[in-house]
Design a protein around this ligand. Structure first.
Ligand SMILES: [Ca+2]
Length: 401
């Protein structure tokens, strides 16, 4: 029984950095909050704004649990897509798009962002305005800023939230949102709000909570700033040639569509040679590794990733937008539904194992991002395995043996 013991040991070691163990010299939440006032003041927040914002603020223990269970990172991609692009969400989305058609058209014309993409983000972020989160944003961000794995994020966003109050963009009571401080129907975090929220309705308020003019325009404005290409697709499902070199399915390997077609890559529904501009830059994305569906993704996929760095999220936005646009194109290839998603502890154990073997995955944070995938590919290459960079339970077991 050597293997399981080794795996559990790795998980236990990785978890040491994950939770929020109390330490003797660690400040209490309120002690930390008091000390943070100087940092906020140095960032230009007036003392009376800080007083008002921090009056009665409470630590939010749920924040830590929710941070460790983000569905777009912790669930398998097929499981996540079943919920994110459910038939109900498609039907609700079509109804909400029809109701707001004129406004979505105006926003599309002004910002050059396709209305279905704006609507799909709206659907994923808040179920079209129905679920905006019910956490006190100041309390949630102060909790993240106090301790745990995301203190830098929490502190930066807390200062952002204080600036929103200082500038009079929102009242203290309005600052309600997700456990991570994402607010309103677009779920903007404070720094995103400060940079990209717009007053489209013209009433002087950037109201992403209840003014659909501002909700749609702010989302479109953010995507436009992320180089969204109007009228272009986000991606297409593809079939890979036999004997495909999976090391080419890498976020850093971008080629013109014509080059991919020349290498034997074929779209499942379109003709790559005639239906897509042959010079379009694209990369191959394998959400579930070599065993699952394959996609060729374009610049708009990268723009959606600026909104949320989860590739499952970006894929869900693209697939939902296609459905809202009337393109009923379910994914053709089968997902490996018998696999299960790795837990946070297992993802961290996988990163630690890679690091121990000399393949640097970057920070041991449980996020399987570009750094981890690169390290995983290098390890797979060294073992003569398919180089798909996919973090499965099978991979973790092999790494731990
Ligand atoms: Ca407004």
């Amino acid at each position: 029984m050597k293997k399981p013991v080794r795996l559990h040991h790795l998980i236990a070691v990785a978890l040491l950095g994950a939770g929020t163990p109390a330490q003797a010299d660690e400040p209490s939440f309120h002690e930390w909050l008091k000390s943070f006032r100087a940092e906020a003041a140095a960032a230009g927040v007036r003392p009376e704004v800080i007083d008002q914002a921090f009056d009665g603020v409470e630590m939010n223990q749920r924040v830590f649990e929710l941070n460790d269970n983000q569905p777009e990172f912790s669930r398998s991609v097929w499981d996540y897509l079943d919920g994110a692009v459910s038939e109900k969400r498609v039907a609700d989305g079509r109804a909400r798009v029809a109701e707001n058609s004129a406004l979505l058209d105006r926003v599309e014309a002004e910002y050059g962002v396709d209305r279905e993409i704006v609507a799909a983000i709206w659907g994923l972020e808040s179920s079209y305005g129905k679920l905006m989160g019910d956490h006190d944003v100041i309390g949630a961000l102060a909790t993240l800023g106090w301790k745990g794995r995301r203190t830098a994020y929490g502190r930066e966003q807390l200062i952002g939230a204080l600036k929103i109050l200082q500038n009079g963009y929102a009242t203290r009571a309005q600052l309600i949102g997700s456990w991570a401080g994402a607010m309103g129907q677009t779920q903007f975090i404070p720094t995103t709000y400060l940079r990209y929220a717009v007053d489209h309705g013209g009433d002087g308020q950037r109201n992403i909570w209840s003014d659909l003019d501002d909700v749609f325009a702010s989302t479109a404005n953010y995507l436009a700033a992320s180089n969204y290409d109007h009228g272009a697709r986000w991606g297409v499902e593809i079939a890979l040639p036999a004997e495909f070199d999976y090391s080419l399915a890498d976020a850093d390997v971008r080629k013109a569509v014509i080059e991919w077609a020349g290498a034997g890559v074929a779209a499942r529904r379109l003709n790559l040679a005639t239906d897509i501009d042959p010079n379009t830059r694209a990369r191959i994305f394998l959400p579930a590794g070599a065993k699952g569906p394959a996609f060729l993704v374009f610049e708009n996929f990268e723009a959606i990733l600026k909104y949320n760095r989860s590739t499952s999220y970006a894929l869900a936005v693209g697939l939902l937008a296609d459905r809202l646009a009337g393109r009923d194109e379910p994914v053709i290839a089968e997902w490996p539904r018998t696999d299960r998603a790795l837990s946070l502890a297992e993802r961290m154990a996988l990163q630690q194992a890679l690091k121990d073997k000399g393949f640097d995955p970057g920070p041991i944070d449980g996020v399987i991002g570009a750094g981890t995938k690169k390290a995983l590919r290098a390890w797979q290459q060294s073992k003569g395995l398919p180089v798909d960079g996919y973090a499965s339970l099978e991979t973790l077991t092999l790494l731990s043996s």
